[in-house]
Design a protein around this ligand. Sequence first.
Ligand SMILES: [Zn+2]
Length: 195
Amino acid sequence: MPSPIPHDWTPAPCLDLVNSRWSDHLGSGRSYDRLPEPLFRRAFLKRWGYRVRDPDSAGGIARLAALRTVLRRVMDGYVSGRPLSAAQRRLLEVEANRARAVLRLRRRGGEEELALEHSGEEWDVVSSEIAASAARLIAERGAVKECANPNCSWMFVDESKAGTRRWCNVSVCGSLVNVRRHRSHAGNQSRLRRA
Ligand SMILES: [Zn+2]
C-alpha cells in the first residue's frame, strides 16, 4: 500500500480530493484510496485550512467520498472539453452552496483583497469550499490536465509557462512511459533484424 501522504499536491482542493483515489500508474489495474487513511485526511484538511472537530467522523468521510465521485465526473468532462451537463451543473451548485457564503474585503499588504468566506456547519463549509474550487477552475478556464500515462488517473493544473506539462510527476510517470516506449522500440528493432 502506498504512503498515506501523496507524492504531489495540486493548487486546488477539488483536485487533491479527486486524486485521493487513483489507479495504479504501473497498469496493474488496481486502484487505491487514501480517504480512509486518517493521516491523509488530516494532511488534506490542514493543507486547505479546513477546521473540523473530528477528522475521523464517519459522516464527514462519507460526505467527502460522495463529493469526490461528483467532482471526478465533472473534472473528467472538463479535461476532455465537454460542457457541463445540466445535472452536473446542478450538483456542483448544490455542493458549492451547502454553507452560507459571505464576501469580505480585507486589507493585505496595503491593498484591499476580496475573499469569499463560508460559515455554518463545519462539513458544509468544507464541501462548499471544495466544490467552489472546482467551479472556479472551470469558470476561469484553468489548465487542468490528466497525466499522459494512460494508466495514471492523476489530475493536475499545468502552471508551466509553455503549457506543455504532460505528467503528474516526471520521475513517476514520465520516465516510466519513456522507458516502456524505448523498450518497445528496441523490441521492434530486434524483430526487424531477425526478419
Ligand atoms: Zn501519472
